[in-house]
Design a protein around this ligand. Sequence first.
Ligand code: NAD
Length: 490
Amino acid sequence: MKTTVKTIEGSRQGLFIGGQFVAPMNGRYIDSFDPTTGERWYELAEAEADDVGAAVSSAQAAFRNPAWRRMTQTDRGRLVRRLADLVLEHADELADIETRDNGKLLKETRAQMRAMPDAYHYFAGMADKLQGETIPVNKLDMLNFNLREPIGVVGMITPWNSPLMLLTGTLAPCLAIGNTVVIKPSEHATASTLALAELIAEAGFPAGVVNVVTGTGTSAGEALTRHPGIAKYVFTGSTATGRRIAANAAENLIPCSMELGGKSPHVVFADVDIEHAVNGVVSGVFAAAGQTCVAGSRCFVEASVYDRFVEALVDRTQRIRVGHPTVDETDIGPLALADQLSKVEGYVASGVKEGARVAVGGKRPQSGELGRGWYFEPTVMTDAQNDMTFMRDELFGPVVGVMPFSSEEQMIELANDTRYGLASGIWTKDIDRALRFANQIEAGTVWINTYRSSSFMSANGGFKESGYGRRGGFEVMREFSRLKNVIIDY
Ligand code: NAD
């Protein structure tokens, strides 16, 4: 693999269908931009219904193909491990590509790509561990058992913030179990998924087991989610799009697994080391310039240490270095999209209008190169109220709202007063209190004295409007397989 992504001509990328890169049938391409300069980088194919239909047919044929369907579990696991090795070999190239596409810090994308092979190896181990069960039956001389088998063609739609890492947790188990896949990456960060497709071909997966259709949500995405030939949709993205996809899928009674947006609470009690908690809150909300689904963007602080905490948070935030994502010293890079930048600016303005105060940040850096790209200063808003627009909606930017609480009951009420339920964090030395929080918080993940730590070996997912279905751990074996009951009279 070269460090550039596979192109079909000039700077144009093709679709990956049936094991090869092909031009879209309509001949249409759309631009993808470099967020550090706002300039065009490459053109990606704008797939429409015909291309998506071809990709689904290819995946359906691959699902029936004895080369895949009758491959032994051991050999399937071996193939996924081969892909893991190729990902490791090309980890830094994949990181370069993804950082150029979405502006995420190179050191972070490198760390993600270098960790991904372990996840592929873990899920590869599931290939030979998918087991059915025998069940009693109220009659002698009968054998009653459940077969556990792959479900068919899985449609995967991914966002732009960590395309390959987010894909791994579903692609690797799907392949290990024996499903086939059609992936629709975000039009804002497509390149790394196409680069992975090259590695999939090189690993030796039969043609059509993995297909990639690119383009916008309204074209390629809609065509995929209206296609009746899909067995299950796996969506990671915003709640609004998730709602739309679930409605499309419901027309054909196709189940979905949804990992959606969040507005996660960070809770700080007076008994903690303030500096430690500040560092946790800062990395929990400002990582990837606030563009993580779990960003702890609502921060509730026990009233007795509120002033001291805010002072330390502002001081720490002032020292965050905003800069080019490939520079080692940079702490936060640009936002990935121009639209995202105006959206964040709008939310900060609305917060001020509703009575919050910008304690630090709150604007685009003006100087030199940073003024050209889609950068935004890390921002702390004080005097926040939980019902302000910027405290209710997911901003997906480097902005945290801080407010005091005076009792544990009030804190839980505030933390749960959101339509989202993705993640949560608590900073306290009191383990009883931390466990009470874990019991009462309505969120799929609870972090105690840490934030954003994760493992592909545990099942993760959202509550409420943050989604349903689980990724990671053995839970995914159930998500991507189905039971068939067989009864024999002998
Ligand atoms: P988005 O919803 O705008 O887009 C996600 C994907 O859906 C893209 O590939 C897009 O092209 C596609 N899409 C858009 N409209 C569609 C339609 N009508 N039909 C089918 N597909 C369509 O999200 P985004 O801006 O790419 O990503 C940011 C969002 O993703 C945030 O809300 C963030 O919280 C969420 N996210 C969640 C998780 C999680 O694990 N819960 C992880 C990362 C990101």
